[in-house]
Design a protein around this ligand. Structure first.
Ligand code: FAD
Length: 550
């Protein structure tokens, strides 16, 4: 059976229902994926269950930075900043093709969040806590030099600038890489499998099994297990309610949105972390042909499955960008896509969403359900470590916890970032033969690392069937993600596996029909299944563009 795909899904599910797992992890976002990897490395027979697609919750909707969180220094969260800061370099080493070094420019402006002195001091602490190497330490610039670095900045409010080092990633791809690494170590993982309810042992009242619904074939199964962790992000309280243990602290989801504009409309030389006009900080991040701007921070009480950027949020982000980059005159018409996500924060009386702590919290119910919420993408490894140590303790295991610090996140990894660049340059030459360009090479390496070879091999095999080189690329990528990354829905492919929904929406519109036909053929999906999938894709496209229309 192929454990990396949904090709043998039914056989795999029947097999899983006959097992007793040491651990079931609910939630295939970055937190659940990190726990599944750590637990599998530490010898737990683990099953990861995701109700929709992997990373379809918050873990495909973040700002996509692996960062220490400079602004948390203002909230005096030194522990959080230190842990995330140190994690950046580790995650970069584990997947250099996926976690890229990124220069961040902080413009110091009149009436801004930071004075020149405060910014320089704060970033020195930031660099110190994260043990940043000398060549990557912050650099202070005067006004003229800052304008040289980023000529679009507003000269009438600019006073100076500080440049420092961060990392940029693709959150959904990082989650998928973690899941595949866990599967390599023996973990079973399913998307589109929803935990409906828990069954309890009549003597101990502890959870002994879970009732799950397979959304693809609409069948139910019972899964036996010894321990259960819920890493369900914004849905954590829903599961605590199913378990009858929703007491005490609760979630207070906060919505954050991003808008995407063509790179030509906001051509930045690096990422910029800038002040809005209300004392909040916003990112503008260039990425393969576009620039994205975010985020907002608002209380959210609606359906966590239907979160999208509103017109008002887009107006706020556009106004803030136009204030700091006055010559670009961005308008709603320039938006080419957008997304929004929910931060699963923990409620604290009297605090606004921006003031709430980003630290993770763990709740243990009487039935043994361990729930983890809060935290950051960047801290996934340390969160997983804490949970797995707890699981080992509860299982009475005395062996020493093995760290994932050296568990690479790709099958055939890169030693360092220089190797990534060499490989990308080489791939670019080979893709040119097909009529593809530098951005296509960068996209492939960022998504699949050296597994891009599989895709190039597929392109050679299918070349005679496709005249349009981009169509050939898309179909070869689709085949890869069906066979190696459990793609089963159009949205899995266009959003979480390839990022096209946010970053190349025109291509989604152009290639959706041929992708749909190929997906149906490869996975033997019925006409009614494909109709439903197409409707879901259309709805997602509408959501991405909803914030354009005033
Ligand atoms: P999720 O990704 O939401 O995963 C939970 C999963 O559980 C979902 O996929 C859901 O479908 C599944 N699930 C729910 N119920 C069930 C059920 N009954 N059965 C099975 N599965 C179920 N962090 C950073 O480090 N850097 C950033 O730049 C950054 N930017 C951010 C920007 C925004 C706007 C937001 C909202 C967050 C940002 N974060 C960032 C934080 C980070 O994205 C989150 O902390 C992280 O993605 C949370 O992951 P998670 O796995 O806990 O939750």
């Amino acid at each position: 059976m192929n454990k990396y795909s949904n090709l043998d899904r039914k056989d795999r599910l029947i097999q899983s229902a006959s097992e007793v797992y040491d651990l079931v992890v609910i939630g295939g976002g970055v937190t659940g994926a990190g726990i599944a990897l750590d637990a599998s490395l530490n010898g737990f027979k683990t099953l990861l269950i995701e109700k929709s697609d992997f990373a379809s919750g918050t873990s495909s909707r973040s700002t996509k930075l692996i960062h220490g969180g400079l602004r948390y220094l203002k909230q005096l969260e030194f522990g959080l900043v230190k842990e995330s800061g140190l994690e950046r370099a580790i995650v970069h080493k584990l997947a250099p093709h996926l976690v890229h070094p990124e220069k961040m420019l902080l413009p110091i402006v009149k009436k801004g969040s930071f004075s020149k002195l405060a910014a320089s001091f704060a970033i020195s602490i930031y660099d110190f806590l994260a043990k940043v190497e000398d060549e990557d330490k912050k650099k202070n610039f005067n006004k003229a030099k800052t304008l040289n670095l980023e000529p679009l900045l507003n000269p009438t409010i600019l006073k100076a600038g500080v440049q420092y080092s961060e990392y940029r990633t693709d959150d959904a791809r990082l989650t998928m890489a973690l899941i595949n690494s866990a599967v390599n170590l023996g973990c079973d993982a399913y998307n589109y499998l929803c935990v409906e309810s828990f069954n309890y042992d009549s003597d101990s009242d502890q959870i002994k099994s879970l009732n799950v619904n397979d959304e693809i074939n609409n069948e139910t199964y019972t899964i036996n297990c010894k321990q259960v962790v819920s890493a369900a992000g914004p849905w954590v309280d829903q599961l605590r309610r199913k378990d009858g243990s929703l007491t005490g602290k609760r979630l207070r989801p906060s919505k954050g949105s991003h808008i995407v504009v063509p790179y030509e409309k906001l051509p930045l030389y690096q990422s910029v972390y800038f002040d809005d006009f209300k004392g909040r900080m916003i990112f503008a991040i260039p990425r393969l042909g576009v620039t994205y701007i975010g985020t907002t921070d608002e209380n959210y009480e609606g359906d966590p499955d239907k979160v999208f950027c509103s017109v008002e949020e887009a107006s706020y982000l556009l106004d803030a960008a136009n204030h700091i980059f006055p010559d670009i005159s961005l308008s709603h018409d320039d938006i080419v896509s957008s997304w929004a996500g929910l931060r699963p924060l923990i409620h604290e009386e009297g605090k606004s969403p921006t003031e709430l702590s980003r630290k993770d919290e763990t709740f243990i119910s009487k039935s043994g359900l361990i729930s983890i919420a809060g935290g950051k993408l960047t801290g996934y490894r340390k969160m997983a470590e804490r949970i797995v140590k707890l699981l080992m303790e509860r299982a009475g295991q005395e062996n020493v916890h093995q760290s994932t610090e050296h568990t690479e996140l790709s099958r055939d990894g890169f030693l360092n970032y220089t190797e990534v660049i060499e490989y990308r340059n080489n791939l670019e030459e080979r893709l040119a033969i097909f009529g593809l360009n530098q951005l296509d090479a960068a996209h492939l390496v960022q998504c699949y690392g050296r597994d891009s070879e599989w895709i190039v091999g597929k392109m050679n095999e299918l070349q005679s069937s496709y005249e349009d080189p981009y169509e050939l690329l898309v179909i070869s990528e689709l085949d890869y993600t069906i066979e190696h990354e459990m793609t089963i829905h159009l949205l899995d492919f266009f959003n979480r596996r390839t990022g096209r929904l946010y970053f190349k929406l025109d291509d989604v519109i152009k290639y959706k029909t041929i992708v749909s036909n190929r997906l149906a053929e490869r996975l033997n999906l019925s006409e009614s299944q494909m109709k439903k999938q197409s409707e879901e894709l259309e709805e997602a496209i509408t959501h991405c563009l909803a914030c354009k229309h005033l």
